[in-house]
Design a protein around this ligand. Structure first.
Ligand code: ZN
Length: 633
C-alpha cells in the first residue's frame, strides 16, 4: 500500500557562507568523522526516462517491474522535475545541487576543470566512501568535468562488435562493470556507485526489442533498461544500501513538435521518475525514517535535490550544514518543503541554434515557461495537475512567478571564453529585452527546423545521406544564420562525398558558433578529406588547427586527440602524435580509435616491434577493429 504526503512541513535553513570548495569539504570531513558506519550509496540514472513510461507513474503497464518494486519498497516522488532537459547539464546539477547557470556546464559538449562546489562523489569520498562511476555515453566522459571525487570513473565505451568511435555503451555491459566493482568492495567500508544507463536514448533499438522507432521502440528500450536495473539491484545482496533511481530528463516523443529532447521544456521532457529506497539489511531506525516503504510524495521536487537529500539521509550533516553551506539550489527533501520555487532553464536553443533560451519555474502544480530573449517573451502558465500535456497554457503578462525566473546566463563559463564582445555575440551575455535588434527566435515556434535536423541526424545514422540532405534542403531559407543547420548540412555533404562543399558549410557553422567542439571536429574531418584528394598542405594545416581548437575547448576529448593525431601523422609529425596519444591512452587504455592511431604513429616512425604489440592489443580487446590495420601501411 502507498500513502501520500503533501507539502506540509517547513524547513528552516540557516545559510552558512563558505566560499572555498576546499573549506567546505574539510568542514564535512571533520563533521562526519568515521565513515565506516555509513550505508553504501547507489545512484542510478536512466537517461531519457520520462516518468509516464514507468508503470508506477503512467498508464503503460508492465514496462518497469524492477523500478516499480523499488518504488513500493521506498519513497516515490510522483512529481519530480529535471532542471534542464539535457544530459551533461542535468547530471551536473544532480551531482552538485546547482542549476546549470551556476555550475557552468549549461549544454552538452562543453567541459570544466572544476565545478564550483564539491560534488556528491567528493563529499562521500571525503567521508571515507570508495567511489566509482559507470557511464554509458560519451557526453558524460571524464573530460567534461564530472569525474572529481570518483576513485574509478568508467567511461570506456569500447565493446565487442563496436566501431572505432563509440558514443554509447549498452546497459548490460555497464551493469556488468558496476557489479564487478561492487563485488570487489570490502564489507567494512561504505561505497558509492553512480551507474548511468543510456538505453532509452534515441535511436530506439533495444537488443531484444520487437518494434523499432516511435513510442513502442522507446518503451522496448525502457523495458530493457529496467531489466538491467533489476540485475544491478539483485547484485547488492545484504549490504545496507541507500538506492536512488532517477533520470536526467524525459523524451518528448513528438509532443509539441519535438521528437526527442533538449530544446523544449514540456512535461514529456521535464517530468522524471525519482525513487529513493533502502536495500539490504536495514535497522529499525532506518526503516522508520526516510525513505520509508510505500510512501508516495506528491510535492514537486527537482533533480537538484538528489545530492542534498542523499547527504542528509546518510547523516552527513543536517540540511542547514549541507545545501545551505554551498548555497545549493537543491534542498534535502526527506521532508516535504512548502512553497518552493524550482528553477527550469534550457540554454541549448541559444547555444546550438541561436534562438532565445527558455527559462521558467515550477511552484506547486504551476509551471511558467518563457523565451526571455525573444521579442514576444510569451510567458506561458500551466497548471500541471489539470493539464499535464500543457495544451491549454495561458499566456500571461503579469504574474508573480515571472519575478521568480532566474537568469540562465552562466555564472561560471565553461569553457572560458575571451572577451565581452565575443560573449555577447555568442549570446552568453543576455540581449536586453529593450534591444529589439537582438531579439531572437522563440524555440517553441521554430520546431520545424529542429525537427528537420533531428530527422536528418537519424537518416545519417542509418546511412541515408541523400534523404538527409533533401530534408535539410527543404528547410526554409530564413534559418541560414543557424549554426546547427550548417553543421548538419556539412555532415550530409561529407557523407555524400562532397567534402569541399562540406568545408564551406562547416566554416559558416564555426563562424556562427565558435565554441562548439563538434563543429570544429566535423570541419577538421572535412578538411582532412579534401587534403587526401588534393594533397593540399593548407587543408591539412586547417584540419590540424581545427582539431587543436576542439581539444582546447574540451581537453582530453578522445575524438579530438585521435583526429589531431591523424592530421599530424599525415603532416609528417608522428612523434608529436604519439606523445599525445600516449597521454590520452593513460586515461582511456581501451579506446579503440586511440589504439589504432598509436599503431599508425608507430608504423610511421618505423617502430615495427611496438606497432606489432599494439596490433595484438587491438586484436585482444577489440578484434573488430583489426580490419583497420592494413599491413602495407
Ligand atoms: Zn540525457
Amino acid at each position: 500500500m502507498s500513502r501520500s504526503i503533501g507539502g506540509q512541513s517547513q524547513c528552516l535553513v540557516s545559510r552558512v557562507c563558505l566560499t572555498s570548495r576546499a573549506a567546505l569539504l574539510m568542514a564535512l570531513v571533520v563533521a562526519c568523522g568515521d565513515g565506516s558506519r555509513h550505508p553504501s550509496v547507489l545512484l542510478v540514472t536512466i537517461d531519457t526516462l520520462r516518468a509516464d513510461a514507468v508503470s508506477a507513474w503512467g498508464e503503460v503497464q508492465g514496462t518497469t517491474p524492477y523500478l516499480d518494486a523499488l518504488a513500493e519498497s521506498g519513497t516515490r516522488f510522483a512529481d519530480a522535475t529535471t532542471v534542464t532537459p539535457l544530459t551533461l547539464p542535468a547530471h551536473a546539477s544532480m551531482l552538485t545541487g546547482l542549476r546549470p547557470a551556476r555550475h557552468g556546464l549549461t549544454v552538452n559538449g562543453v567541459a570544466t576543470e572544476a565545478l564550483p562546489v564539491p560534488t556528491l562523489a567528493e563529499h562521500l569520498h571525503a567521508s571515507g566512501f570508495q567511489t566509482a562511476a559507470f557511464v554509458s555515453a560519451a557526453v558524460l566522459g571524464a573530460e567534461h568535468g564530472l569525474a572529481a571525487g570518483f576513485d574509478h570513473y568508467d567511461d570506456d565505451l569500447q565493446e565487442p562488435g563496436g566501431s572505432v568511435v563509440r558514443h554509447e555503451r549498452r546497459g548490460d555491459r555497464t551493469v556488468d562493470r558496476a557489479l564487478e566493482w561492487i563485488g570487489q568492495q570490502e564489507d567494512s567500508e561504505p561505497w558509492f556507485a553512480w551507474v548511468h544507463l543510456f538505453d532509452p536514448h534515441a535511436p530506439y533499438a533495444a537488443p531484444d526489442g520487437e518494434s523499432e522507432g516511435g513510442r513502442a521502440g522507446y518503451l522496448d528500450e525502457v523495458r530493457w533498461a529496467d531489466r538491467q536495473l533489476g540485475r544491478l539491484l539483485g547484485g547488492l545482496g545484504d549490504r545496507t544500501t541507500l538506492v536512488t533511481v532517477t533520470s536526467d530528463h524525459g523524451e518528448s516523443l513528438g509532443e509539441h513538435g519535438e521528437a526527442t529532447h533538449g530544446v523544449l521544456m514540456y512535461q514529456g521532457a521535464m517530468h522524471v521518475p525519482l525513487v529513493m529506497a533502502w536495500s539490504g539489511a536495514i535497522s529499525a531506525a532506518q526503516r522508520a525514517d526516510f525513505p520509508q516503504p510505500g510512501v508516495v510524495r506528491e510535492d514537486v521536487v527537482s533533480v537538484l535535490d538528489v545530492t542534498p537529500t542523499i547527504l542528509e539521509t546518510l547523516g552527513l550533516g543536517s540540511t542547514s550544514e549541507i545545501s545551505a553551506a554551498w548555497e545549493a539550489d537543491g534542498r534535502s527533501v526527506a521532508e516535504p518543503l512548502a512553497g518552493r520555487v524550482l528553477p527550469l532553464e534550457c540554454r541549448s536553443p541559444s547555444f546550438y541554434y541561436g534562438f532565445s533560451v527558455l527559462a521558467g519555474v515550477r511552484q506547486g502544480s504551476l509551471k511558467l515557461v518563457g523565451a526571455p530573449q525573444s521579442a514576444e517573451v510569451d510567458w506561458v502558465l500551466n497548471d500541471i495537475s489539470l493539464d499535464s500535456e500543457e495544451v491549454s497554457g495561458q499566456v500571461v503578462v503579469e504574474h508573480p512567478l515571472i519575478q521568480q525566473v532566474l537568469s540562465t546566463e552562466p555564472e561560471v563559463e565553461a569553457p572560458v571564453i575571451a572577451d565581452l564582445d565575443q560573449l555577447r555575440a555568442l549570446g552568453y551575455v543576455s540581449a536586453t529585452l529593450s534591444d529589439a535588434g537582438d531579439a531572437r527566435r522563440d524555440p517553441r515556434e521554430s520546431m520545424d527546423l529542429v525537427d528537420a535536423i533531428d530527422a536528418a541526424n537519424t537518416l545519417l545514422v542509418v546511412g541515408e545521406p541523400l534523404q538527409a540532405w533533401e530534408r535539410l534542403e527543404a528547410v526554409p531559407g530564413d534559418y541560414r544564420d543557424v549554426a546547427e543547420l550548417h553543421l548538419f548540412r556539412g555532415k550530409a555533404l561529407r557523407a555524400l562525398g562532397r567534402s569541399a562543399e562540406a568545408v564551406q558549410e562547416l566554416e559558416e557553422a564555426h563562424a556562427l558558433q565558435p565554441e562548439s567542439s563538434s563543429i570544429l571536429l566535423e570541419w577538421g574531418r572535412a578538411l582532412l578529406e579534401v587534403a587526401a584528394v588534393t594533397n593540399s598542405d593548407a587543408a591539412l594545416e586547417g584540419a590540424s588547427a581545427a582539431f587543436q581548437q576542439a581539444l582546447q575547448l574540451v581537453p582530453g576529448e578522445t575524438e579530438a586527440v585521435a583526429m589531431w593525431s591523424l592530421a599530424e601523422i599525415r603532416q609528417g609529425r608522428p612523434e608529436e602524435a604519439l606523445s599525445r596519444l600516449d597521454a590520452a591512452l593513460d586515461l582511456k587504455p581501451q579506446a579503440g580509435n586511440l589504439l589504432l592511431l598509436r599503431w599508425r604513429a608507430l608504423k610511421a616512425l618505423g617502430r615495427e616491434k611496438e606497432a606489432l604489440d599494439v596490433a595484438e592489443t587491438i586484436q585482444k580487446i577489440a578484434p573488430e577493429l583489426s580490419s583497420y590495420i592494413v599491413p602495407s601501411r
